[in-house]
Ligand binder design. Structure first.
Ligand code: NI
Length: 395
């Protein structure tokens, strides 16, 4: 039984995967600065006998594991390796020692379990035909996204990758379980920057000034009309303004208000249209009220589409490996993720690895200073990814 073999190997490498995860968690590096992380990954790969390793996108790595008939087909597996500018508040022994930087999005989990996956697949080389391309990707958390750079540098060629599979930790799912969604899954994520220029002055004489605070309130409200009145019902859209700065006082109207926000969509055409509408609404409302609007909508990652067949195949593999009761179907998730670039190039599947354990108090969400995981998830993460890869290769 292949599943049993994979489980045994996953158990065999588990302690080293945990150790790697802890060391990586303790030594997080920001996007595109993952130099020590890159060294550690390379060392681990060499230690387990994987020598066909090269650099990509400066701080990323590509490792090849060749099976019996290596030219038959190539599949890609991806783990992201960067950390976030967050000050860790956990008190665990493997707490970040790089002040102000933290693996708060679980990329240490993705990387360490992928090393486990590489170990398993390398041990089972005589059980599959084709080649596995293991991709350790830098800079997921920062534009333009390491995935887009790796693609430009040819990660999907030589040999040509037929499918890409990636996993991401999910604090809403219990450790031991995983989640899948076919089709549209994650959103495009664009940044909105608005400055509303008015004319500041005494708060007692608004008629002698142009009040950018009052205008910005109208702009924020009007922007929600793009979501509720202009997006088609079948096109989920989110506009959130998350920052508003107007430095007046009780009796002072400021000269300007600066705002920042995000736009999330699941359709490229509508995304471009929404950019225009947002600019038009913000500009028109501001001008109608006597102010001037400077606005930029900066393009981020595209939406992430999970290829139907590839995802169904991976889901089936998960059911076989973990049991039906441990495989969940996911709802659409309007966060952004640069794995989306891969999904636009090749048939892809991006699934979720459960890491939650309420009894142990492990419930913090991603990008929070108390994020942590139930490490038993690493055994599932390493083994399941290997099992999915074997299914893809032997299909
Ligand atoms: Ni992430």
């Amino acid at each position: 039984m292949v599943a049993e073999q994979v489980k045994n190997l996953s158990g065999e490498i588990f302690e080293r995967v945990v150790a790697f995860r802890r060391e990586m968690h303790q030594n997080p590096e920001l996007s595109f600065e993952e130099f020590e992380t890159q060294k550690r990954i390379r060392k681990f790969l060499l230690d387990i006998g994987i020598t066909d390793v090269k650099d990509c996108a400066n701080t990323g790595l590509i490792a090849l594991i060749k099976g019996k008939n290596p030219d038959k087909k190539t599949i890609g597996l991806r783990a992201d390796i960067d950390a976030l500018p967050i000050k860790e508040e956990n008190q665990c022994e493997y707490k970040s020692s790089n002040e102000g930087v933290m693996h708060a999005c679980g990329h240490d989990v993705h990387t360490s379990s992928m090393l486990g996956t590489a170990y398993i697949l390398n041990k089972l080389r005589d059980q599959f035909e084709g080649t596995v391309k293991v991709v350790f990707q830098p800079g997921e958390e920062r534009l333009p996204g390491g995935a887009s750079i790796m693609i430009k540098e040819g990660v999907l060629q030589n040999p040509t990758v037929e499918t890409m599979t990636g996993q991401h930790v999910m604090p809403l799912i219990d450790a031991g379980k995983v989640g899948f969604r076919k089709g549209l899954y994650m959103a495009s994520a664009d940044e909105i920057y608005i400055t509303i220029h008015g004319k500041g002055g005494h708060g007692a004489h608004p008629h002698m000034n142009v009040d950018p605070i009052a205008i910005s309130a109208q702009v924020i409200t009007a922007l929600q009309q793009v979501v509720s009145r202009q997006a088609k019902p079948a096109m989920p859209t989110v506009v959130s303004i998350g920052k508003i700065v107007g430095l007046g006082s009780t009796n002072i109207i400021p000269d300007k208000v600066e705002m920042e926000g995000t736009l999330r969509t699941f359709n490229e055409e509508w995304r471009m249209e929404a950019h225009k509408r947002i600019i038009q609404v913000a500009t028109s409302v501001t001008e109608a009220l006597g102010g001037q609007c400077e606005i930029e909508v900066r393009k981020g990652y595209p939406f992430l589409n999970n290829h139907e067949e590839t995802t169904e195949q991976a889901r089936q593999a998960a059911v076989e490996y973990l049991g039906e009761e441990n495989v969940e179907d996911l709802d659409i998730w309007p966060a952004g993720e640069d794995f989306a670039y891969f999904s636009q190039e090749v048939d892809s599947c991006f699934y979720r690895l459960g890491i939650r354990n309420e009894e142990k108090g492990i419930t913090s969400m991603l990008h929070t200073p108390t994020f942590d995981i139930d490490e038993s998830a690493l055994e599932v993460g390493a083994g399941l990814m290997a099992f999915i890869a074997l299914k893809q290769l032997n299909a």
